[in-house]
Write a protein that binds this ligand. Structure first.
Ligand SMILES: [Zn+2]
Ligand SMILES: [Zn+2]
Length: 98
């Protein structure tokens, strides 16, 4: 039996972050649910799968990405690629941009 291992390397950082001041403001406004680099929650029901922090469905690790603001892990459906954040934080970004 091979132990299932993986480096918890962080995904490539967003490059470039277009408005760093916006991200800083959001980090103050939105409480971090998880620390950056903290792994997602394991799904106890299925080996090698992890939970999306937004919809609670389970996914293989490579399908989850960590939000740079709140630290939650999100799957494709709960993710906003252009900002490198989860949909929840993206909603707040949009409020700021109005
Ligand atoms: Zn999800
Ligand atoms: Zn987020």
């Amino acid at each position: 039996m091979t132990l299932w291992r993986r480096n918890w390397s962080r995904p490539a950082s967003p490059d470039p972050v277009k408005r760093p001041s916006l991200y800083q403001a959001l980090r103050k406004e939105i409480p971090a649910i998880r620390q950056q680099g903290e792994p997602p929650a394991k799904d106890p029901a299925s080996f090698g799968r992890y939970r999306c922090d937004l919809c609670n469905a389970s996914f293989p690790l490579q399908e989850l990405r960590q939000c740079v603001i709140c630290g939650r892990w999100a799957d494709d459906n709960c993710w906003t690629p252009g900002y490198y954040v989860c949909n929840s934080c993206h909603g707040i970004i949009q409020l700021h941009q109005k």
